[in-house]
Design a protein around this ligand. Sequence first.
Ligand code: PHE
Length: 339
Amino acid sequence: MKDQIAELEQEIRDYPIQSKEELEQFRIAFIGSKGKIKGLFAAFKSVPNDQKKEVGQLLNQLRQLAESRHQELKDHLEEQETQESNLDLSRPGEVSPLGSHHPLSIVRREIIDIFARVGFTVSEGPEIEDDWHNFSALNFPPEHPARDMQDTFFIQKGEKEISLRTHTSSVQVRVMENQQPPIRTISPGRVYRNEAISARAHCFFHQVEGLYIDRDVSFADLKQILLYFAQELFGEKAQIRLRPSYFPFTEPSAEVDISCTICNTKGCNVCKYTGWLEILGCGMVDPNVLKASGIDPEVYSGYAFGMGIERIAQLKYKVNDLRLYSENDLRFLKQFTSA
Ligand code: PHE
């Protein structure tokens, strides 16, 4: 009897099972009411009494082995089945949704890229500025209206009055203070003005300002870089036009228009039927500004220019409401998703 049990045990362990049918055959052969184990239990009666205890235990162990083996194989087959039914090799991969860059970042990068190609470096500075860097060093007379409370956010810090920078020209002052010419740099960044928020004005916006100082820098150099910039940004056909203007820190100063990219100077509602769009301010750095930062105006001259990123983005993407840039409306931002 013990030999039979041992043999059956081996048989159970070796039984090959690949399918549900084979599993069922296994069940019938070993566990079922006409199975081999049942047969042994029937024969148990004839086991001599003194061996009953031992053989009974072995028999019970054998039954447990058969049952647990059956359960194990059943689980295994079921698991295989669900895996197979879930495996659809023709299914397209899951696409993770793409994020997007903010339109102002896209335009800022593009502007930086254009100037980097002709040797401009990027410089940055603090958004909270003192009077010197934002105004005085830039030749703003003390009574100049741009210092007026209406334009500038002032902050009281102890005795000292500081402000949120109103332009990134403040960064250029810092560069001039720390570096001798040749200087060729652009300063992108956020600036603040105390204005009521509307579609056309905001209390903050973004600028890129440029500065080039070296020996013999002329107004012709300025015109050339601006034309290069306009054509890189808006295409070869872009033209520029300069109108005389005034800034305390440049002399002479000009405002720059670009030929309307929408109607090709024929006149449309975007350019208000003038054929031209204003994009930036510029001029030759005033000798007083150079002097204030420790650069000798007898030896060096330079040009500077400054533009609003929102304005350029508005022309590129035809976005007419400035508020859209800072409201984080996904319907707006998603339009700038790129591959
Ligand atoms: N700083 C000026 C502004 O914020 C722009 C500018 C920069 C004009 C440099 C001329 C030269 O409006």
